[in-house]
Design a protein around this ligand. Sequence first.
Ligand code: FNR
Length: 376
Amino acid sequence: SIYLDGLLTGEPPAYPTGASALEEAARERLDPGPRGYVLGGAGGGATMRANREAFERRRIVPRMLRDVGTRDLSCSVLGTESPAPVLLGPVGVQSIVHPEGELATARAAAGLGLPMVLSTASSYSLEEVAAASGSGPRWFQLYWPRDDDVTISLLARARAAGYTVLVVTLDTWYLGWRPTDLDRAYLPFLRHIGLANYLSDPAFLAGLSRPIAEDPTAAIVHWAGMFSDPTKTWSDLAFLRDNWIGPIVLKGVLHPDDARKARDTGLNGIVVGNHGGRQLDGAIGALDALPEIATAVGDDLTVLFDSGVRTGTDILKALALGARAVLLGRPYIYGLALGGEPGITHVLRCLLAEFDLSMALSGHTHLNDLNPKILT
Ligand code: FNR
Protein backbone atom coordinates (compact mmCIF):
# COMPACT_ATOMS: atom_id res chain seq x y z
CA SER A 1 0.00 0.00 0.00
CA ILE A 2 2.98 2.35 0.48
CA TYR A 3 3.88 1.76 -3.19
CA LEU A 4 0.30 2.05 -4.40
CA ASP A 5 -0.44 5.24 -2.44
CA GLY A 6 2.42 6.91 -4.29
CA LEU A 7 1.79 5.40 -7.70
CA LEU A 8 -1.97 6.04 -7.69
CA THR A 9 -1.79 9.62 -6.47
CA GLY A 10 1.48 10.49 -8.17
CA GLU A 11 2.37 12.27 -4.91
CA PRO A 12 5.61 11.50 -3.11
CA PRO A 13 5.20 10.34 0.50
CA ALA A 14 5.04 13.01 3.21
CA TYR A 15 8.35 11.81 4.70
CA PRO A 16 11.36 10.01 3.20
CA THR A 17 11.21 6.21 2.93
CA GLY A 18 14.98 5.56 3.00
CA ALA A 19 17.15 5.54 6.11
CA SER A 20 19.72 8.14 5.03
CA ALA A 21 17.14 10.57 3.61
CA LEU A 22 15.14 10.24 6.83
CA GLU A 23 18.18 11.06 8.94
CA GLU A 24 19.05 14.02 6.69
CA ALA A 25 15.50 15.39 6.92
CA ALA A 26 15.60 15.15 10.73
CA ARG A 27 19.03 16.75 10.80
CA GLU A 28 17.66 19.73 8.89
CA ARG A 29 14.52 19.98 10.99
CA LEU A 30 16.08 19.93 14.46
CA ASP A 31 17.69 22.84 16.27
CA PRO A 32 21.42 22.42 17.01
CA GLY A 33 21.01 21.25 20.65
CA PRO A 34 18.49 18.43 20.04
CA ARG A 35 20.17 17.61 16.72
CA GLY A 36 23.49 16.95 18.43
CA TYR A 37 21.85 15.08 21.30
CA VAL A 38 19.86 12.70 19.09
CA LEU A 39 22.13 12.20 16.10
CA GLY A 40 25.42 12.35 17.95
CA GLY A 41 27.39 9.63 19.68
CA ALA A 42 30.17 9.26 22.21
CA GLY A 43 33.74 10.38 21.54
CA GLY A 44 34.71 10.43 17.89
CA GLY A 45 31.79 8.22 16.82
CA ALA A 46 33.85 5.03 16.28
CA THR A 47 31.26 2.74 17.85
CA MET A 48 28.38 4.42 16.04
CA ARG A 49 30.19 3.74 12.75
CA ALA A 50 31.07 0.19 13.85
CA ASN A 51 27.36 -0.50 14.39
CA ARG A 52 26.60 0.33 10.78
CA GLU A 53 29.70 -1.38 9.38
CA ALA A 54 28.74 -4.60 11.15
CA PHE A 55 25.43 -4.62 9.27
CA GLU A 56 26.92 -3.59 5.95
CA ARG A 57 29.63 -6.25 6.05
CA ARG A 58 27.05 -9.00 6.15
CA ARG A 59 25.13 -10.11 3.08
CA ILE A 60 22.02 -12.20 2.57
CA VAL A 61 22.11 -15.24 0.27
CA PRO A 62 18.55 -15.48 -1.09
CA ARG A 63 16.77 -18.73 -1.95
CA MET A 64 14.34 -19.15 -4.86
CA LEU A 65 11.07 -20.94 -5.69
CA ARG A 66 9.94 -21.57 -2.11
CA ASP A 67 6.34 -20.27 -2.12
CA VAL A 68 6.71 -17.06 -0.17
CA GLY A 69 3.18 -15.86 -0.95
CA THR A 70 2.07 -15.88 2.70
CA ARG A 71 4.31 -14.73 5.49
CA ASP A 72 3.84 -14.66 9.24
CA LEU A 73 6.01 -12.12 11.06
CA SER A 74 4.18 -12.25 14.38
CA CYS A 75 5.95 -13.28 17.55
CA SER A 76 5.68 -13.49 21.30
CA VAL A 77 8.46 -11.88 23.33
CA LEU A 78 8.49 -12.50 27.09
CA GLY A 79 4.73 -12.90 27.12
CA THR A 80 4.07 -9.88 24.88
CA GLU A 81 2.41 -10.56 21.53
CA SER A 82 3.57 -8.44 18.60
CA PRO A 83 2.71 -8.41 14.89
CA ALA A 84 6.45 -8.22 14.12
CA PRO A 85 9.75 -8.72 15.97
CA VAL A 86 10.16 -5.00 16.49
CA LEU A 87 9.88 -2.87 19.64
CA LEU A 88 10.21 0.86 20.09
CA GLY A 89 13.27 1.09 22.31
CA PRO A 90 13.60 3.40 25.32
CA VAL A 91 14.52 6.91 24.28
CA GLY A 92 14.33 9.59 26.95
CA VAL A 93 13.56 13.31 26.74
CA GLN A 94 11.51 12.97 23.55
CA SER A 95 9.90 16.38 23.96
CA ILE A 96 13.19 17.94 22.81
CA VAL A 97 12.26 16.91 19.25
CA HIS A 98 8.46 17.29 19.35
CA PRO A 99 6.13 18.70 22.02
CA GLU A 100 4.01 15.53 22.15
CA GLY A 101 7.11 13.40 22.74
CA GLU A 102 6.41 9.99 24.28
CA LEU A 103 2.63 10.51 24.03
CA ALA A 104 2.91 10.51 20.22
CA THR A 105 5.24 7.50 20.39
CA ALA A 106 2.79 5.60 22.60
CA ARG A 107 -0.10 6.28 20.22
CA ALA A 108 1.90 5.32 17.12
CA ALA A 109 3.16 2.09 18.73
CA ALA A 110 -0.29 1.13 20.00
CA GLY A 111 -1.81 1.92 16.58
CA LEU A 112 0.38 -0.76 15.01
CA GLY A 113 0.30 -3.10 18.02
CA LEU A 114 4.08 -2.87 18.52
CA PRO A 115 5.45 -2.90 22.10
CA MET A 116 6.89 0.34 23.38
CA VAL A 117 9.63 0.54 26.00
CA LEU A 118 9.25 3.72 28.05
CA SER A 119 12.40 5.35 29.41
CA THR A 120 12.78 6.36 33.05
CA ALA A 121 13.94 9.69 31.61
CA SER A 122 10.70 10.37 29.73
CA SER A 123 9.31 13.86 29.22
CA TYR A 124 5.86 12.71 30.39
CA SER A 125 5.10 10.63 33.45
CA LEU A 126 4.72 6.90 33.01
CA GLU A 127 1.02 7.19 33.91
CA GLU A 128 0.43 9.84 31.21
CA VAL A 129 2.19 7.66 28.65
CA ALA A 130 0.21 4.59 29.75
CA ALA A 131 -3.01 6.53 29.16
CA ALA A 132 -1.82 7.46 25.64
CA SER A 133 -0.81 3.85 24.99
CA GLY A 134 -4.26 2.56 26.04
CA SER A 135 -4.41 -1.18 25.44
CA GLY A 136 -1.06 -1.14 23.58
CA PRO A 137 1.72 -3.38 24.93
CA ARG A 138 4.26 -1.52 27.05
CA TRP A 139 7.47 -2.22 28.94
CA PHE A 140 9.36 0.04 31.36
CA GLN A 141 13.09 0.82 31.21
CA LEU A 142 14.84 1.52 34.48
CA TYR A 143 17.80 3.78 35.09
CA TRP A 144 18.35 2.16 38.46
CA PRO A 145 18.34 4.93 41.11
CA ARG A 146 20.69 5.01 44.06
CA ASP A 147 17.77 5.43 46.44
CA ASP A 148 15.91 2.13 47.07
CA ASP A 149 12.67 3.86 48.10
CA VAL A 150 12.57 5.71 44.77
CA THR A 151 13.32 2.49 42.87
CA ILE A 152 10.56 0.61 44.70
CA SER A 153 8.13 3.45 44.07
CA LEU A 154 8.94 3.68 40.33
CA LEU A 155 8.56 -0.09 39.92
CA ALA A 156 5.24 -0.17 41.75
CA ARG A 157 3.92 2.72 39.65
CA ALA A 158 5.07 1.07 36.40
CA ARG A 159 3.44 -2.20 37.34
CA ALA A 160 0.19 -0.48 38.33
CA ALA A 161 0.17 1.42 35.02
CA GLY A 162 0.32 -1.78 32.96
CA TYR A 163 4.00 -2.04 32.02
CA THR A 164 4.66 -5.78 31.91
CA VAL A 165 8.42 -6.19 31.42
CA LEU A 166 11.26 -4.39 33.21
CA VAL A 167 14.30 -3.41 31.12
CA VAL A 168 17.31 -2.46 33.26
CA THR A 169 19.95 -0.41 31.46
CA LEU A 170 23.49 -1.42 32.44
CA ASP A 171 25.66 0.78 30.27
CA THR A 172 24.75 4.23 31.57
CA TRP A 173 25.89 4.49 35.18
CA TYR A 174 27.54 7.66 33.93
CA LEU A 175 26.65 9.62 30.82
CA GLY A 176 29.18 8.91 28.06
CA TRP A 177 31.71 11.48 26.87
CA ARG A 178 29.72 13.34 24.22
CA PRO A 179 31.75 16.24 22.82
CA THR A 180 28.93 17.66 20.69
CA ASP A 181 26.67 18.13 23.70
CA LEU A 182 29.54 19.29 25.92
CA ASP A 183 30.64 21.91 23.40
CA ARG A 184 27.10 23.25 23.18
CA ALA A 185 26.53 22.96 26.94
CA TYR A 186 23.39 21.01 25.99
CA LEU A 187 21.92 18.57 28.47
CA PRO A 188 18.10 18.31 28.49
CA PHE A 189 17.99 17.27 32.16
CA LEU A 190 19.42 20.60 33.24
CA ARG A 191 16.28 22.16 31.76
CA HIS A 192 14.04 19.82 33.77
CA ILE A 193 13.35 17.74 30.63
CA GLY A 194 13.35 14.01 31.33
CA LEU A 195 12.55 14.29 35.01
CA ALA A 196 8.78 13.77 34.75
CA ASN A 197 8.86 10.37 36.46
CA TYR A 198 10.85 11.77 39.36
CA LEU A 199 8.95 15.00 39.75
CA SER A 200 5.72 12.98 39.96
CA ASP A 201 7.15 10.46 42.41
CA PRO A 202 6.20 10.69 46.10
CA ALA A 203 9.41 8.99 47.28
CA PHE A 204 11.56 11.39 45.24
CA LEU A 205 9.60 14.45 46.34
CA ALA A 206 9.85 13.37 49.98
CA GLY A 207 13.62 13.73 49.72
CA LEU A 208 13.51 17.38 48.66
CA SER A 209 14.18 19.87 51.43
CA ARG A 210 12.16 22.60 49.67
CA PRO A 211 9.28 22.44 47.14
CA ILE A 212 10.35 22.50 43.47
CA ALA A 213 8.51 25.77 42.85
CA GLU A 214 10.73 27.45 45.45
CA ASP A 215 13.99 25.87 44.37
CA PRO A 216 13.91 24.29 40.89
CA THR A 217 17.68 23.85 40.75
CA ALA A 218 17.75 21.83 43.97
CA ALA A 219 15.42 19.28 42.36
CA ILE A 220 17.90 18.81 39.50
CA VAL A 221 20.80 18.44 41.93
CA HIS A 222 18.81 15.91 43.97
CA TRP A 223 17.97 13.97 40.79
CA ALA A 224 21.60 14.04 39.58
CA GLY A 225 22.72 12.57 42.90
CA MET A 226 20.42 9.57 42.65
CA PHE A 227 19.98 9.05 38.90
CA SER A 228 22.21 5.98 38.99
CA ASP A 229 24.55 3.96 41.16
CA PRO A 230 27.81 2.81 39.52
CA THR A 231 28.63 0.55 42.50
CA LYS A 232 25.93 -1.98 41.58
CA THR A 233 27.01 -5.57 40.92
CA TRP A 234 25.32 -8.81 39.82
CA SER A 235 24.27 -9.70 43.34
CA ASP A 236 22.18 -6.50 43.57
CA LEU A 237 19.83 -7.81 40.90
CA ALA A 238 18.09 -9.87 43.60
CA PHE A 239 16.64 -6.58 44.85
CA LEU A 240 14.93 -5.97 41.51
CA ARG A 241 13.70 -9.55 41.41
CA ASP A 242 12.11 -9.03 44.83
CA ASN A 243 10.42 -5.83 43.78
CA TRP A 244 9.21 -6.61 40.27
CA ILE A 245 6.62 -9.20 39.34
CA GLY A 246 7.32 -10.15 35.74
CA PRO A 247 10.17 -10.65 33.30
CA ILE A 248 13.40 -8.65 33.70
CA VAL A 249 15.68 -7.82 30.77
CA LEU A 250 19.23 -6.44 31.04
CA LYS A 251 20.03 -3.84 28.36
CA GLY A 252 23.52 -3.19 27.03
CA VAL A 253 25.19 -6.62 27.16
CA LEU A 254 28.16 -7.14 24.80
CA HIS A 255 30.19 -10.00 26.31
CA PRO A 256 29.14 -13.69 26.19
CA ASP A 257 30.20 -14.15 29.83
CA ASP A 258 27.84 -11.37 30.91
CA ALA A 259 25.06 -13.05 28.93
CA ARG A 260 25.81 -16.32 30.76
CA LYS A 261 25.79 -14.45 34.06
CA ALA A 262 22.40 -12.96 33.21
CA ARG A 263 21.08 -16.45 32.54
CA ASP A 264 22.67 -17.94 35.66
CA THR A 265 21.32 -15.08 37.81
CA GLY A 266 17.80 -16.00 36.69
CA LEU A 267 17.13 -13.03 34.44
CA ASN A 268 14.72 -13.48 31.56
CA GLY A 269 16.37 -11.60 28.73
CA ILE A 270 19.10 -9.31 27.50
CA VAL A 271 19.42 -6.59 24.91
CA VAL A 272 22.68 -6.97 23.02
CA GLY A 273 23.65 -3.41 22.13
CA ASN A 274 25.85 -0.45 22.97
CA HIS A 275 23.30 2.34 23.47
CA GLY A 276 23.62 3.32 19.83
CA GLY A 277 27.29 4.22 20.27
CA ARG A 278 26.39 6.93 22.78
CA GLN A 279 28.26 5.55 25.78
CA LEU A 280 31.65 3.85 25.38
CA ASP A 281 33.32 5.02 22.21
CA GLY A 282 35.51 2.23 20.89
CA ALA A 283 33.12 -0.48 22.08
CA ILE A 284 32.50 -3.40 19.73
CA GLY A 285 29.89 -2.94 16.99
CA ALA A 286 26.70 -4.41 18.42
CA LEU A 287 25.97 -6.87 15.61
CA ASP A 288 29.52 -8.22 15.89
CA ALA A 289 28.81 -9.15 19.51
CA LEU A 290 25.53 -10.92 18.76
CA PRO A 291 26.46 -14.33 17.24
CA GLU A 292 28.75 -15.45 20.06
CA ILE A 293 26.27 -14.32 22.71
CA ALA A 294 23.36 -16.06 21.01
CA THR A 295 25.37 -19.28 20.83
CA ALA A 296 26.47 -18.95 24.47
CA VAL A 297 22.98 -18.75 25.95
CA GLY A 298 20.89 -20.67 23.40
CA ASP A 299 17.19 -20.69 24.22
CA ASP A 300 17.72 -20.21 27.97
CA LEU A 301 17.52 -16.44 27.69
CA THR A 302 15.52 -14.18 25.36
CA VAL A 303 18.11 -12.34 23.30
CA LEU A 304 17.02 -8.97 21.93
CA PHE A 305 19.15 -6.59 19.89
CA ASP A 306 19.59 -2.87 19.28
CA SER A 307 22.11 -0.31 18.01
CA GLY A 308 22.33 0.52 14.34
CA VAL A 309 19.07 -0.98 13.04
CA ARG A 310 18.02 1.25 10.14
CA THR A 311 16.33 -0.96 7.52
CA GLY A 312 14.15 -4.02 7.06
CA THR A 313 17.16 -6.03 5.95
CA ASP A 314 18.95 -5.04 9.17
CA ILE A 315 16.08 -6.61 11.11
CA LEU A 316 16.45 -9.77 9.04
CA LYS A 317 20.21 -9.91 9.66
CA ALA A 318 19.86 -9.42 13.42
CA LEU A 319 17.25 -12.17 13.65
CA ALA A 320 19.41 -14.47 11.52
CA LEU A 321 22.29 -13.98 13.95
CA GLY A 322 20.19 -14.97 16.95
CA ALA A 323 18.03 -12.05 18.11
CA ARG A 324 14.41 -12.80 18.94
CA ALA A 325 13.44 -9.20 18.17
CA VAL A 326 15.05 -5.78 17.67
CA LEU A 327 14.58 -2.46 19.42
CA LEU A 328 14.49 0.70 17.34
CA GLY A 329 16.16 3.89 18.52
CA ARG A 330 16.92 6.94 16.41
CA PRO A 331 14.80 6.11 13.30
CA TYR A 332 11.47 6.50 15.05
CA ILE A 333 12.73 9.63 16.81
CA TYR A 334 13.46 11.08 13.35
CA GLY A 335 9.84 10.31 12.46
CA LEU A 336 8.69 12.03 15.66
CA ALA A 337 10.82 15.08 14.86
CA LEU A 338 9.43 15.33 11.33
CA GLY A 339 5.75 14.74 11.96
CA GLY A 340 4.76 13.67 15.48
CA GLU A 341 2.60 10.55 15.63
CA PRO A 342 2.02 10.30 11.82
CA GLY A 343 5.78 10.69 11.30
CA ILE A 344 6.52 7.76 13.62
CA THR A 345 3.77 5.65 12.05
CA HIS A 346 5.29 6.33 8.63
CA VAL A 347 8.77 5.21 9.76
CA LEU A 348 7.43 2.06 11.42
CA ARG A 349 5.26 1.10 8.43
CA CYS A 350 8.21 1.53 6.07
CA LEU A 351 10.48 -0.62 8.24
CA LEU A 352 7.87 -3.34 8.63
CA ALA A 353 7.10 -3.28 4.89
CA GLU A 354 10.76 -3.53 3.98
CA PHE A 355 11.30 -6.35 6.47
CA ASP A 356 8.31 -8.25 5.07
CA LEU A 357 9.58 -7.76 1.51
CA SER A 358 13.08 -8.86 2.53
CA MET A 359 11.68 -12.05 4.02
CA ALA A 360 9.88 -12.81 0.75
CA LEU A 361 12.76 -11.85 -1.55
CA SER A 362 15.23 -13.92 0.45
CA GLY A 363 12.91 -16.95 0.40
CA HIS A 364 11.58 -17.04 3.95
CA THR A 365 8.06 -17.04 5.36
CA HIS A 366 8.53 -17.52 9.12
CA LEU A 367 10.84 -15.97 11.67
CA ASN A 368 12.17 -19.36 12.70
CA ASP A 369 13.43 -19.91 9.13
CA LEU A 370 16.11 -17.33 9.89
CA ASN A 371 19.53 -18.57 11.02
CA PRO A 372 23.20 -17.67 10.47
CA LYS A 373 23.40 -19.85 7.35
CA ILE A 374 21.20 -17.47 5.35
CA LEU A 375 23.98 -14.87 5.57
CA THR A 376 27.49 -14.77 4.24
C1 FNR B 1 18.70 6.67 23.85
N1 FNR B 1 18.83 5.41 24.46
C2 FNR B 1 18.33 5.21 25.73
N2 FNR B 1 18.42 3.97 26.32
C3 FNR B 1 17.90 3.77 27.54
O1 FNR B 1 17.99 2.65 28.05
N3 FNR B 1 17.26 4.78 28.21
C4 FNR B 1 17.14 6.04 27.68
O2 FNR B 1 16.56 6.93 28.29
C5 FNR B 1 17.72 6.28 26.42
N4 FNR B 1 17.67 7.52 25.87
C6 FNR B 1 18.13 7.73 24.58
C7 FNR B 1 18.01 8.99 24.00
C8 FNR B 1 18.40 9.18 22.68
C9 FNR B 1 18.21 10.55 22.05
C10 FNR B 1 18.91 8.10 21.93
C11 FNR B 1 19.29 8.27 20.47
C12 FNR B 1 19.07 6.87 22.51
C13 FNR B 1 19.43 4.28 23.73
C14 FNR B 1 18.38 3.51 22.93
O3 FNR B 1 17.50 2.80 23.76
C15 FNR B 1 19.02 2.51 21.98
O4 FNR B 1 19.86 1.66 22.72
C16 FNR B 1 19.82 3.15 20.85
O5 FNR B 1 19.16 4.30 20.37
C17 FNR B 1 20.02 2.17 19.73
O6 FNR B 1 20.86 2.69 18.75
P1 FNR B 1 20.32 3.36 17.38
O7 FNR B 1 19.43 2.36 16.71
O8 FNR B 1 19.65 4.61 17.73
O9 FNR B 1 21.59 3.57 16.61
